[in-house]
Design a protein around this ligand. Structure first.
Ligand code: MG
Length: 244
C-alpha cells in the first residue's frame, strides 16, 4: 500500500497563544505533523473482556442521553451514526479512571478538508477530547489530527485507515484530582490507535478548548463519556469500559 506523505495543513491558526512548554501556537499549522504509518489490517471487533461494562453494544442508545434528554443519533446494523445538529451524546452513567474501548469509522463518502472531514471526538469525562477525524490523506494542524489530545498533544503517528473502515481506540485514562480548588494530580492518558500507541502517559494541560490555552477547573472524579457531533456522519460501535 502506498502512503501519501503529509503535505501542508489546509487549516490551523497562528494568532493563538503559545502552548506552555512548546514553541507552538495552539492549533499551529507549522507544528510537525505525525508520521504516517499503515496499521495492521482490521480483523473484527474484539469481544469485551469479562469485567468490561458495555456502553454501546450496537443495539440501542438507552444508555446515552443528549441535549434534549434523548440521544438522537441513528442506530442501524450494529453501529450508531452521528445525526448532524442533534448535538453531542453522553452516557447516563459516570466513569472515571479506566480503560475505554471505542471503535469508529469515518464516512465512506469523502467530503470536506482538514477539520471538516470526518470530525467527531471522544470526550473523557465530557471535558477531555481525543480527536476523531478522517486524517487519511487529509492534512490538518498537528494538535487536531486523529488521536491528538485536541489542542494540546499531536499523536505520535498517523495510523488512520481509509474512510469507511473501522478503527479502534483503546484509551487508558487517569483523571485529574482536586483538593478543593487546587489541582493535585493532572490527568494522564495513553491512547492506542489501531494497535499503535499514539499517546503514552501524556499529562494533560487541562480540559479541551479551542484557540485557547487549557486550564483546569475542579470537578468530580467521575463523569459521563461523551461523543461529539461535529456535523459529520461518523459511526461508532463496540464501546466499553473497564475500571482499573
Ligand atoms: Mg473533534
Amino acid at each position: 500500500m502506498s502512503e501519501m506523505e503529509n503535505t501542508i495543513p489546509v487549516d490551523g491558526y497562528t494568532d493563538t497563544p503559545i502552548l506552555p512548554g512548546t514553541r507552538w501556537n495552539v492549533h499551529d499549522p507549522r507544528r510537525p505533523m505525525p508520521r504516517i504509518v499503515t496499521p495492521a489490517p482490521y480483523d473484527r471487533p474484539y469481544e469485551p473482556p469479562s469485567d468490561a461494562r458495555m456502553l454501546f453494544d450496537g443495539r440501542d442508545l438507552s444508555g446515552w442521553i443528549g441535549k434534549d434528554g434523548a440521544a438522537r443519533w441513528k442506530v442501524e446494523n450494529g453501529y450508531m451514526e452521528v445525526v448532524p445538529k442533534t448535538g453531542d451524546i453522553w452516557t447516563r452513567e459516570s466513569f472515571g479512571d479506566g480503560h475505554y474501548h471505542v471503535e469508529w469509522a469515518a464516512p465512506t463518502e469523502v467530503k470536506g478538508t482538514g477539520q471538516g472531514r470526518g470530525n467527531s471526538g471522544v470526550f473523557l469525562m465530557r471535558l477531555y477530547e481525543v480527536q476523531v477525524l478522517d486524517c487519511y490523506q487529509n492534512p490538518t494542524y498537528a494538535d487536531g489530527t486523529t488521536g491528538a489530545v485536541y489542542g494540546q498533544f499531536p499523536p505520535l503517528v498517523n495510523a488512520c485507515r481509509a474512510p469507511g473502515e473501522w478503527q479502534t481506540y483503546d484509551i487508558f485514562w487517569f483523571g485529574p484530582r482536586f483538593e478543593g480548588d487546587r489541582l493535585v494530580r493532572p490527568a494522564r492518558i495513553t491512547v492506542v490507535f489501531n494497535g499503535l500507541p499514539v499517546q503514552i502517559g501524556q499529562e494533560l494541560m487541562g480540559p479541551t478548548v479551542w484557540r485557547k490555552v487549557p486550564a483546569y477547573h475542579p470537578h468530580p472524579d467521575a463523569a459521563p463519556l461523551q461523543l461529539q457531533d461535529h456535523g459529520n456522519f461518523v459511526r461508532y460501535r463496540n464501546i466499553w469500559y473497564r475500571p482499573f
